[in-house]
Design a binder for this molecule. Structure first.
Ligand SMILES: Nc1ncnc2c1ncn2[C@@H]1O[C@H](COP(=O)(O)OP(=O)(O)O)[C@@H](O)[C@H]1O
Ligand SMILES: [Mg+2]
Length: 352
């Protein structure tokens, strides 16, 4: 029996939000500076399409592709939107599972919910071609089992997640399982290992931030909102100045990355300096804030954009404050855990 769209929506909504390609507005070309991640995922999505043809035969020889992907890194760096954009591009229906809907304070309910959502998704994938289950905030259901603060219900969540994910692999069902987390250090290491692909999304460097800002401004200009031309000029100048300094410092330490260089800079007043430690999502929020002023004045001015950027603040300082409070680091944990993965973007957090 092939599931209709309405049935899928109705049955899945208990666990999260269903997206059919036509519901999705994200576009991969709007996401800047994550080309390597795009390439890996584009490969993944295009193979997924053909997977079903081979699934049964591969199952007979007991080698099935593992179609599990873990996306990790700070919030607002494009994990969800890139997945959605590619699901649209490759015509894959998906459900973003809401951790709040799975984890229940009632004994046994988490396990039941988890089993149900996987079974339903697997059934849909078998009947309808492919399906993608996206666990947002995976850490909320799959935290380190050794963490003494965790209640039993969450530990059971981890265990059932592991059991179920193993079964899906071997049955060769064309169900892609994605997990996303901002708290990779809290993720149970057995869960971490179950994912074949580990893909890191980091903070954008100054050149990428410049591109992101310009992309948003161009979108506004289509609206059409007038953008003060000095914004573009100042962005280019500031980037040029900073890159010159960077090249100079690189002569002394050859392995210096642009992000490391930025950390060594004293605070300056330009847009790129202000947005150090900002994600694409932070920049987007600031653009929205400045837009109100722009509509009033009928032009978006440099000063208003600066003000909006300062006003929204950056994710990195927020994450650092939080991790100080909880004793958790903000580092990529790959060095410790990634050795078991068969595919990863790099062993170190990759600078984008
Ligand atoms: N690299 C990027 N380039 C452009 N915009 C970005 C980028 N990363 C994030 N954004 C903006 O932030 C929004 C939210 O990002 P999202 O995918 O929800 O982040 P995450 O899932 O990593 O928390 C995106 O829809 C996009 O508008
Ligand atoms: Mg997200």
């Amino acid at each position: 029996m092939v599931f209709t769209e309405a049935e899928i929506r109705k049955r899945m909504q208990k666990y999260g939000t269903v997206y059919f390609p036509k519901d999705i507005r994200d576009k991969d070309e709007d996401l800047i500076g994550i080309e390597r991640n795009k390439e890996i995922l584009e490969d993944f999505f295009s193979s997924l399409e053909k997977y079903k043809e081979y699934a049964i035969k591969l199952q007979e020889v007991r080698i099935t592709p593992s179609i599990t992907v873990l996306l990790y890194g700070p919030p607002g760096t494009g994990k969800t939107s890139l997945t959605r954009a590619l699901a649209k591009k490759y015509d894959v229906p998906m459900c973003i599972v809401d951790a709040d809907k799975l984890v229940s304070p009632l004994l046994g309910d988490t396990l039941k919910n988890m089993r149900n959502v996987f079974e339903l998704a697997a059934e849909i994938a078998k009947e309808n071609r492919v399906f993608l289950l996206f666990f947002d905030e995976l850490d909320a259901i799959a935290s380190e089992r050794s963490n003494v603060h965790e209640v039993g219900e969450i530990k059971r969540g981890v265990i059932s997640f592991l059991q179920i994910i193993d079964r899906i692999d071997y049955e060769g069902i064309p169900l892609a399982i994605f997990g996303a987390t901002n708290h990779q250090n809290q993720l149970d290491s057995a869960v971490w290992r179950r994912f074949t692909y580990h893909i890191w999304f980091g903070f954008p460097n100054l050149s990428v931030r410049k591109e992101i800002i310009i992309k948003f401004l161009h979108r506004l200009e289509k609206a059409p909102i007038e953008v003060e031309s000095s914004i573009y000029r100042r962005l280019e100048n500031e980037e040029k100045q900073l890159l010159i300094k960077f090249e100079e410092m690189k002569k002394k330490s050859r392995n210096l990355t642009l992000l490391d260089f930025e950390d060594k800079q004293k605070s300056e007043t330009g847009l790129l300096s202000i947005t150090r430690g900002y994600t694409g999502a932070d920049i987007e929020r600031a653009i929205r804030v400045s837009l109100l002023k722009a509509i009033q004045k009928e032009i978006l001015e440099y000063q208003d954009l600066i003000y909006a950027m300062q006003f929204v603040g950056g994710t990195r300082s927020h994450v650092e404050q939080q991790s100080k409070l909880s004793g958790e680091g903000t580092e990529n944990p790959s060095a410790k855990k990634m050795t078991s993965s068969t595919a990863s973007t790099s062993k170190k957090p990759r600078e984008i």
